[in-house]
Design a protein around this ligand. Structure first.
Ligand SMILES: NC(=O)c1ccc[n+]([C@@H]2O[C@H](COP(=O)([O-])OP(=O)(O)OC[C@H]3O[C@@H](n4cnc5c(N)ncnc54)[C@H](OP(=O)(O)O)[C@@H]3O)[C@@H](O)[C@H]2O)c1
Length: 320
């Protein structure tokens, strides 16, 4: 089968498309999926380069990619949740490898969910990892409640737009931090207030429209010093939730002093979370934009653009 492999960590050029990778067979409890589309996420690039979950990828050659959409092509013993031909999506095994940039993958059956009829496979492949992350942040780590104020740093990104929609759905007041065309998009999604980071600092006490203060929940999707800067804006016993990208220098002490809780989320495969999102999409209650698509053959260029920070949400196509 076709698969993208790499024999060392490095830049996009280490990614090589081969035609003769072995097709994996499902063990009991697993299904085999013929992948039509695989979503590209920041973790794919970080792992390719030797960071993030690279340590868990096993010996070379390795294959990155988690967000798969396709059709069940074989069932392992004991699997009853699916039949051959079902359209499914998911993020198998994360943070262990799913080997998603390939024509066939195997997955524990409970790491997959049926794709709603109304959803095309390319869009489906753009959803699992960012939407599951958002669910595990909003519904679990932060446990957002109606009436709370939620500040989302990096609100215009892929995870951010899911976070905003989930928090709004729970009845929270949501303040987002983004720039450019993403500001308008967040408004369309019903955000209560947006701060344009190109012209304003979210923690400026003289912020036009009034300073941000007394926030119940901060969700930091950027990393670095952002979470630390948000602590003084957070209520006593409020919570800061982050994705762990080099943040946390001094966060422990600042949070303890302010009486603020903080935690990190590392996403796990979760068919409950993905089913929740699938149902909202099917009911027209959740908006997911169509991603850009590129053929699997263009994987090196796609990763180049991701490294340069100019890649829109993109899905690699294996079966057009
Ligand atoms: N821990 C986990 O399990 C987990 C799971 C999923 C994602 N993540 C991580 O979460 C992050 C977001 O993922 P994603 O898929 O949403 O990525 P994304 O679509 O690329 O979004 C990132 C967002 O952050 C914004 N941003 C980056 N640097 C910024 C800065 N200095 N100031 C203001 N905004 C900034 C970007 O804004 P612009 O486009 O305007 O630059 C963009 O909207 C990534 O680091 C990813 O690796 C972690």
């Amino acid at each position: 089968m076709r698969a993208v492999v790499q024999n060392e960590f490095g830049g996009p050029e280490v990614l090589t498309l081969i035609e003769d990778a072995p097709v994996p067979d499902p063990i009991p409890t697993e299904v085999q999926v013929r992948v039509s589309h695989v979503g590209v996420n920041p973790v794919d690039g970080k792992t390719r380069g030797g960071a993030s979950v690279a340590k868990l990828m096993g010996p070379f050659p390795i294959t990155v990619g988690w967000d798969i959409a396709g059709e069940v092509s074989a069932l392992g013993a004991g699997v009853n949740r699916f039949a051959v031909g079902d359209r499914v999506f998911g993020m198998p095994r994360f943070p262990y490898p799913a080997k998603g940039y390939a024509e066939y993958v195997t997955s524990p059956s409970r790491h997959l969910v049926r794709i709603p009829d109304s959803l095309d496979s390319a869009t489906a492949a753009s959803i699992p990892l960012p939407a599951t992350t958002a669910y595990q942040i909003v519904h679990e780590a932060a446990d957002v409640r109606s009436g709370q104020t939620v500040l989302v740093l990096g609100a215009g990104g892929t995870v951010g737009t899911y976070v905003v929609q989930m928090a709004k759905k729970l009845g929270a007041t949501v303040i987002g931090h983004a720039t450019g065309g993403k500001l308008k998009r967040l408004e369309v999604l019903g955000i209560d207030r947006v701060i344009d980071y190109a012209s304003e600092e979210f923690d400026d006490p003289n912020l036009g429209g009034g300073p941000v203060s007394d926030v119940d929940v901060v969700i930091d999707l950027i990393g670095g010093q952002f979470a630390l800067r948000a602590v003084p804006l957070t209520k006593w016993d409020g919570i800061v939730v982050g994705v762990p990208s080099g943040q946390q220098q001094g966060l422990d002490a600042a949070a303890a002093q302010a009486g603020v809780r903080w935690t990190n989320v590392i996403v796990e495969p979760d068919h409950v979370a993905l089913d929740y999102v699938a149902t909202l999409i099917e009911n027209g209650e959740f908006h997911v934009p169509a991603p850009a698509t590129a053929p699997l053959e263009d994987v090196v260029e796609v990763h180049r653009q991701m490294d340069d920070g100019r890649l829109p949400k993109t899905v690699l196509t294996l079966i057009p």
